[in-house]
Design a binder for this molecule. Structure first.
Ligand code: ADP
Length: 359
């Protein structure tokens, strides 16, 4: 029987293009450990994120193409991932962290923390190593949403993050547990953020999601001045007023040369649990329209749904509590879109340095 060669296999794999990086998977160096023996072909496709939106599709196409070669009796394709590090992080205080994703919004109450938590858990569910930093000094809500509060412990001079739902997290709320209010002056907030980045034993992470306070302020500037941030995600409701305010946050990131990875419409519509009819309580689609005119990726839309709030209050984010629900599916899709934008940014963007304060 005709023996298939490495070259023939690679030749057909070159026909598979990564839709985000716009190059074929051989040129991108994704194909690894190619072995051929007695018509049996085995190799690995090493992606830039375990949360790749086209992972299954790519695997199926690779199997199909190689299987069609003469002399091939069996094909086995293992999908692996190696998240690429954002430039500059390797020499920063967070050298074991591959990417920092800042989540911002124009105003409070739009669901920014809920989105941060569900996206972080969804990324962890895909197999990524994830950390979550609750940097919202005005209303740290992540301990409640993650179902764990109380003080943190210190080991060998490093603050130990808490672990829950497959990820590590840290909150500004841990600096003032109980019902004591957090009253921060600018320099205190600055120091607390710095400490949460450099004095916490984050270990090795693919993604550190940072839930910022609403609006624009000291915390945003401290973050971008302390570490190179891969990019920012903006959460907005479809209401115009909310959107106008969101634009200010977006501009702050742009002025500090932080790439906008995308924008999410939260509370986008409501499906009546009794009659199934759809209502667009705060309007619908304004965020997508704005993203198109600004040339910013639109990552997706999340409905207004009571279960999201209930699960958050219970400390079990909906992606975990109701993993097969349409809402969990939506969050996972958004998480994959976000991971794809991170990969694109690391592949294409020039080095983003720590920046100076805008004039
Ligand atoms: P932010 O971080 O923007 O201040 P939160 O994430 O704390 O907002 O959300 C504010 C409230 O809205 C919380 O009670 C949360 O459970 C709820 N919430 C967030 N997103 C949704 C949604 N899509 N549907 C229903 N409730 C939501």
């Amino acid at each position: 029987m005709e023996q298939v060669t490495n070259e023939q296999v690679l030749e057909v794999l070159k026909k598979i293009e990564d839709p985000d990086l716009h190059k074929d998977i051989v040129a991108l160096g994704f194909v690894r450990n190619l072995r051929i023996s007695d018509g049996k072909v085995a190799f690995e496709i090493n992606l830039t994120t375990p949360a790749c939106p086209v992972k299954t599709q790519m695997q199926e196409e690779a199997i199909k193409r190689v299987r069609a070669l003469p002399g091939v009796s069996e094909v086995s394709v293992k999908m692996t991932a190696d998240v690429r590090q954002h430039k500059g992080l390797d020499t920063s205080a967070l050298k074991n962290v591959k990417n920092i994703i800042a989540v911002g919004s124009g105003k409070g109450g739009v669901g920014k923390s809920t989105v941060s938590v569900n996206l972080a858990v969804a990324l962890a569910q895909e197999g990524a190593r994830v950390g979550l930093l609750d940097a919202d000094i005005y209303g740290p809500s992540i301990p409640t949403m993650m179902g764990k509060s109380g003080e943190t412990t210190i080991r060998e001079n490093l603050i130990q993050p808490k672990t829950a739902h497959g990820l590590k997290f840290m909150s500004m709320g841990f600096f003032a547990p109980g019902d004591k209010p957090l009253i921060w002056r600018g320099p205190m907030a600055h120091r607390a953020i710095e400490q949460s980045l450099s004095d916490v034993e984050w270990g090795e992470l693919d993604y550190l999601v940072v839930d910022l306070p609403p609006g624009t302020g000291d915390v945003h500037l401290t973050l971008v001045q302390t570490v190179p941030v891969t990019g920012a995600v903006i959460v907005s409701t479809p209401q115009d007023v909310g959107l106008m305010i969101s634009m200010k946050t977006l501009r702050l990131f742009q002025e500090t040369r932080v790439q906008i990875l995308g924008i999410i419409e939260n509370m986008s519509y409501h499906i009546c649990s009794h009659c199934g009819s759809r209502e667009e309580i705060f309007g619908h689609g304004a965020v997508k329209t704005a993203s198109e005119s600004l040339g910013i990726p639109f990552l997706g839309e999340i409905p207004l749904n009571q279960a999201i709030r209930v699960r958050s209050d219970e400390g079990y984010p909906i992606v975990l509590a109701e993993p097969s629900s349409p809402i969990a599916h939506t969050y996972r899709e958004i998480a994959r879109n976000l991971a794809a934008q991170v990969s694109i940014s690391n592949y294409a963007s020039p080095k983003l340095e720590i920046v100076e304060e805008p004039a």
